[in-house]
Design a protein around this ligand. Structure first.
Ligand SMILES: [Fe+2]
Length: 249
């Protein structure tokens, strides 16, 4: 019933395309839900995956399966496995899942333990040091992808839309109107991705990038550079909704 209400919101908004910034489902029902959503909204759906999407699965396997499956799903586009997607002659879309890479905040002092470490196979049985190594590797993987696609994007387009599940800056890691604290930041920001965004966009003041994130469940926006804006959408478990309707130039 909640899904039907969600889909009705799309009929009213009547978008040309839809962006989804992750935490869509859990692995066993991820493809079914993506399929149902895309068929209900009847427009191209561009998405990245969040940590919840890997629950009861493994990150590499889920990413590969979803990438291969999307080849036969013409309306579904997984951005972590994509290059540049032109939206208009001046605007391009890129993205990656991202991951909280343990770099912001105080990982070693933090008492926080996400369900990720029990429910995602990659983390099961790892000690604290090995978990941190894995978090950093996942963040670095996102940064590598973003550097490649963002560098190409600003060479050919004036506007870039970038989807990443995990906010790339602590200033964009909102919790009830405040910035996340040192206990949560290690898991809720992808510093490696943020450094790439700053690095590339500082060299191209003539281009603008808008970064759309999920993960924190709290809404906020921050202007990191005159040409780099980061927006985080709100979310409640089991209550999907449209965060915003954007005009793409
Ligand atoms: Fe998440």
């Amino acid at each position: 019933m909640r899904e039907q209400s969600f889909f009705r919101q799309f009929m009213i908004a009547s978008p040309d395309v839809v962006f989804v910034t992750g935490d869509i489902a859990e692995t066993p029902c991820l493809q079914e839900l993506l399929h149902d959503m895309q068929h209900a909204i009847e427009v191209p759906l561009y998405f990245v995956l969040g940590n919840h999407d890997f629950y009861h699965g493994s990150i590499e396997t889920v990413r590969r399966v979803v990438q291969e499956w999307c080849v036969a799903q013409p309306g579904l586009h997984y951005l972590s496995a994509s290059g540049l997607t032109e939206l208009t002659p001046t605007t391009v879309l890129i993205g990656h899942d991202g991951w909280g890479d343990g770099r912001y905040g105080d990982y070693w002092a933090s008492p926080v333990r996400l369900s990720d470490q029990e429910l995602i196979r990659d983390f099961q049985g790892l000690d604290r040091e090995a978990v941190l190594s894995k978090l950093r590797a996942l963040g670095d993987e996102s940064a590598l992808h973003l550097r490649e696609v963002l560098t190409k994007a600003v060479d050919s387009y004036q506007q870039v839309m970038c989807l990443i599940h995990v906010p790339p800056f602590k200033e964009a890691c909102w919790y009830e109107g405040e910035m996340g604290n040192d206990d949560w930041l290690p898991y809720f920001t992808c510093q490696a991705a943020g450094e790439v965004l700053l690095d590339v966009m500082q060299t191209r003041p003539d281009c603008h990038v808008t970064v759309l994130c999920g993960h924190t469940h709290h809404a906020g926006a921050v202007q990191m550079l005159p040409n780099l804006r980061v927006v985080t959408g709100p979310a409640d478990y089991g209550m999907p909704c449209i965060s915003d309707v954007l005009e793409i130039p």
